[in-house]
Design a protein around this ligand. Structure first.
Ligand code: DGI
Ligand code: FE
Ligand code: FE
Ligand code: FE
Length: 187
């Protein structure tokens, strides 16, 4: 599947705003892959499909999480988390993407995970710093990402957790585990 075919599939699933975000993530992910020695084609495909399930109904996502025996604790946490693992499942089923590394990068693009692969990191950071992201902190992480992908990942996770804390939102355990893992690793 070439880039235009992949984009056409995803465009049907997304709003215009989310599609523009996806293009930004794709361009940023390719830049990061180039800078840090990642696979450009995998970065492109994972980025294009990362938010594939963003607009599926909560009912459909809940059903998939249950039937596919995904982490049951997802269901007591924010539905905002669901589109990542559900997306990995649907991208395989509906778009025929089979590459496990690409599917993992999609699956973990919201929570992260312990011991993230280079591709996981690229997608997580690209999602946070693509040019359409104008929230406080994005510019600082963009700068860090010019020289240190792990520090950029840590800063974006930290900002996400702080953002949730400020809104009195619960933090999904895997989000905290991913952050802790990085902090320990960098010591
Ligand atoms: O899909 P995007 O908006 O491009 O970005 P995303 O998939 O990284 O994050 C989607 C949302 O999920 C975002 O508003 C922050 C939220 N989120 C990330 N980690 C957690 C979380 N929400 C809760 N409640 N807990 C988390 O640990
Ligand atoms: Fe997302
Ligand atoms: Fe993200
Ligand atoms: Fe995204």
């Amino acid at each position: 599947m070439n880039r235009d075919q992949a984009l056409a599939i995803v465009k049907e699933q997304l709003t215009e705003h989310r599609y523009v975000h996806t293009i930004g993530v794709m361009e940023t992910a390719i830049e990061l892959a180039d800078r840090y020695g990642g696979d450009l084609k995998k970065a492109e495909t994972a980025a294009i499909f990362h938010d594939y399930a963003k607009f599926r109904s909560k009912e459909e996502m809940k059903q998939i999480i249950t039937e596919q025996k995904m982490a049951p604790d997802l269901l007591i946490h924010s539905p905002e988390l669901w589109h990542a693992p559900v997306g990995a499942y649907l991208v395989k089923k509906e778009a025929g993407i089979e590459d496990a590394e690409i599917l993992d990068a999609i699956r973990y693009h919201t929570s992260g995970r312990e011991n993230m692969t280079l591709l996981d990191k690229i997608i997580y950071v690209a999602d946070y710093i693509e040019p359409g992201r104008i929230f406080p902190g994005a510019e600082e992480v963009r700068k860090i990402a010019e020289t240190d992908l792990n520090q950029a990942l840590m800063a974006s996770m930290k900002n996400t957790i702080l953002f949730l804390l400020k809104k009195n939102q619960p933090i999904y355990p895997q989000t905290l585990q991913s952050y802790n893992y990085l902090v320990f690793e960098e010591k």
